[in-house]
Design a protein around this ligand. Structure first.
Ligand code: CUA
Length: 333
């Protein structure tokens, strides 16, 4: 059609089609009723206009009529609700084997880091045919990561990780926008998402030599900040042993349990006093303002790597009591 004014962005992710179908359904239903209402208004205005000798009569209620115009819209709205909820639930639940990519938004750029350590600015390279999960945070105000071709938009918040996932199905280059007004250069906070063939992606990763994986730079930060003096892996330290913690439930001193996910680990570094692990004292100082969002993501990658099945299992001794009540290595969703 109009090549410079596309009405519809490319369908570049597996979810694009289902979002479009729902959108078309909403357009058709609302369009139909809009036209119906305006047509009936026009026809009645002519048919029942005031004419000499005609007297209007009062019409009393009709249960059948009222039930009809209640139940039909109710049914239509329930279709919209169930359908929309199904599409939404699929969009917010990343498959377990998704590849991770990390995003930090700031005024006014997107900083992206791959677990292999490759960093990019205002650009995101992903392989076609893989589930990709983005873990995102802002280091200042609220931004929103928006890729129209993927039909995906997710707020990027300060102080909390949000995630989104997609499954690219078509190689190409697509727009990336910030979709939340975030200051003077909001409109310039744009970039490109490049979907590549898996082999090309591997070559691209290798061609952008990184200083080390995110986990290894996290390990460096961990050592530099002296975390290891309390969080020891050999003997019982003043802080919990972090090996095997990620993804597991953690018993707190107030008797409750939390899931050791990204947000919990981040909170434990920024606000260590908020959730104290059972059996430990609230002695950890805050690292708020000392570690950057990028370093926090590296630290989390490092802690996560401590939970991944190691080739030499004995290098990660079992967690101290109270740290991981299940003690086991079973997968927790
Ligand atoms: Cu960032 Cu708008």
């Amino acid at each position: 059609m109009w090549h410079n004014v596309p009405l519809w962005p490319a369908q570049a992710a597996s979810q694009s089609g289902s979002v479009d179908l729902l959108y078309v359904f909403l357009l058709v239903v609302t369009g139909f009723f809009t036209i119906l209402v305006f047509a009936v208004v026009a026809i009645f205005a002519i048919k029942y206009r005031q004419r000499p000798g005609r007297q209007a009569t009062q019409i009393e209620g009709s249960y059948a009529l009222e039930a009809t115009w209640t139940l039909i819209p109710f049914g239509i709205f329930m279709i919209m609700f169930v359908w929309g909820a199904a599409v939404y639930m699929k969009q917010v639940q990343p498959p377990a084997d998704s590849m991770d990519i990390f995003v930090v938004g700031k005024q006014w750029m997107w900083k992206i880091e791959h677990p292999e350590g490759v960093r990019e600015i205002d650009a995101l390279h992903v392989p076609v045919g893989r589930d990709v999960k983005l873990t995102m945070i802002s280091q200042d105000v609220i931004h929103s990561f928006y890729v129209p071709a993927f039909r995906m938009k997710q707020d990027v918040l300060p102080g909390r990780y949000t995630t989104m996932w997609f499954h690219p199905i078509k190689p190409g280059t697509y727009h990336l926008f910030c979709a939340e007004y975030c200051g003077t250069l909001h409109s310039g906070m744009i970039g490109e998402v490049t979907v590549m063939e898996p082999a090309d992606y591997e070559a691209w990763l290798r061609g952008n030599a990184a200083e080390g994986t995110m986990a290894s730079s996290g390990q460096k930060v961990f050592a530099e900040l002296g975390c290891s003096s309390c969080h020891r892996f050999d003997t019982q330290g003043r802080g919990p042993d972090l090996a095997g913690v990620y993804g597991k439930p953690v018993m707190l001193d107030n008797g409750t349990t939390v899931q050791a996910d990204e947000n919990y680990i981040r909170e434990s570094i920024i606000n260590p006093g908020t959730k104290i692990v059972a059996g430990f004292k609230p002695i950890m100082p805050t690292y708020n303002g000392i570690v950057t969002e990028d370093q926090l993501l590296s630290l989390i990658s490092y802690i996560k790597s401590l939970s991944q099945p190691q080739p030499a299992e004995q290098s990660a001794p079992p967690a101290p009591e109270g740290n991981a009540p299940n003690g086991g290595k079973e997968k927790v969703k």
